[in-house]
Design a protein around this ligand. Structure first.
Ligand SMILES: Nc1ncnc2c1ncn2[C@@H]1O[C@H](COP(=O)(O)OP(=O)(O)OP(=O)(O)O)[C@@H](O)[C@H]1O
Ligand SMILES: [Mg+2]
Length: 329
């Protein structure tokens, strides 16, 4: 099999807190191929962002990678000296955050910020060339009146425009992988659709691989080839979007799908009963079973592995034990 661009293998990310050990990411295996767009979905607190931050090396103390390996383009990030890793990041992997205001510098004009990002990663580029490229990027991401906007500060821009600046910044360095953590959650639906459209165009045009982290299965359906469903620090289901939407595997994914509002239906919106467990007190056995409508006695005792429900479609649930396969590479 072809080597994936990003391979996260049995990743464990933990926080040692006063109350005990929090296993925010508890053995996650994810592979993203070059040019592929992969969704990571799950309720709040299930470890999506911590998985991304572990890849980027941006975990804040006391968080740390406690086990597992991360490979990018065949090189092991988890074994790389920090300096070398920093050079690779930004150049080859870019990240877009949920709230652009927190990642833009409020006292530097947005144009200059994009120009500086370019200069940082292209040592031979002149300032004038970098400005030219930054302006092109502004136009590419659909910022109207790019020349004027170039000299403005983040607070002078709307949320949608700020997110476009972030995308321009992430894309100018021509990354092989773009990690987008809830890039549109803070925006209204019309702007969200525009931004997703833009990202999809750029992704297809440049062949950039995307890790799209979202609560929203609608975003995944629109944007992604494959998806991983996470729950309480673990991947519960993975497969192509087409397969999972046509034939959902895990009861948790089924719950998530039923929670998506449907404009046509008059039924009350379904809610998965119960809550995400505290990462300090995970239930024994399957971590979803206290909320699961199909749970059997066994689920409260043993933790299921990933079973292959159909080729390339893996589900962490005993209901699929019959078609047992290997863990997703
Ligand atoms: N500073 C911290 N100290 C202790 N635990 C933390 C800390 N930061 C995160 N966690 C733990 O990590 C878990 C996963 O957090 P993460 O931010 O990855 O969730 P998420 O899936 O991105 O959620 P959301 O959809 O709300 O962004 C949390 O449930 C929490 O238990
Ligand atoms: Mg998050």
């Amino acid at each position: 099999m072809e080597e994936a661009l990003l391979r996260i293998q049995d990743l464990h990310t933990t926080f040692y807190t006063r109350d005990g050990l929090v296993r925010a990411v508890d053995g996650v295996t994810i592979a993203i191929n070059a040019g592929e767009s992969v969704g990571i979905v799950g309720e709040s607190g299930c470890g999506k962002s911590m998985t991304a931050m572990s890849v980027m090396g941006l975990l804040k103390k006391p968080g740390k990678v406690d086990g597992g390996k991360i490979f990018f383009d065949g090189r092991e990030l988890t074994a790389m000296p920090p300096g070398e890793k920093r050079r690779l990041m930004g150049n080859k992997i870019s990240m877009i955050f949920q709230e652009p205001m927190t990642s833009l510098n409020p006292v530097i004009t947005v144009g200059k910020q994009v120009r500086e990002a370019l200069l940082l990663h292209n040592r031979h580029m002149s300032r004038a060339q970098a400005k030219e490229r930054a302006l092109q990027a502004f136009e590419l991401v659909g910022i109207p009146d790019a020349k004027k906007r170039y000299g403005e500060y983040p607070h002078q821009l709307s949320g949608g425009l700020r997110q476009r600046v972030m995308i321009a910044m992430a894309m100018v360095c021509g990354p092989g992988l773009l990690i987008a953590d809830e890039p549109t959650t803070a925006l209204d639906v019309t702007i969200e659709a525009q931004i997703l459209h833009l990202m999809k165009d750029l992704q297809e045009e440049k062949g950039t691989a995307v890790m799209m982290i979202t609560h929203n299965l609608g975003v995944v359906a629109q944007f992604c080839h494959r998806l991983y469903v996470m729950y309480a620090g673990k991947v519960m289901e993975s497969g192509t979007v087409k397969e999972i939407f046509a034939d959902v595997g895990h009861p948790y994914t089924e719950g998530l799908m039923r929670s998506v509002p449907d404009m046509e239906s008059k039924e009350r919106l379904y809610n998965i009963r119960g809550m995400v467990p505290s990462m300090l007190h995970l239930p024994k056995g399957c971590r979803f079973c206290p909320r699961c409508q199909y749970s059997m006695a066994r689920c409260f005792e043993e933790e299921p592995e990933m079973y292959e429900a159909s080729p390339g479609h893996f589900v962490r649930c005993f209901l699929y034990e019959q078609g047992k396969g290997e863990e997703m590479p």
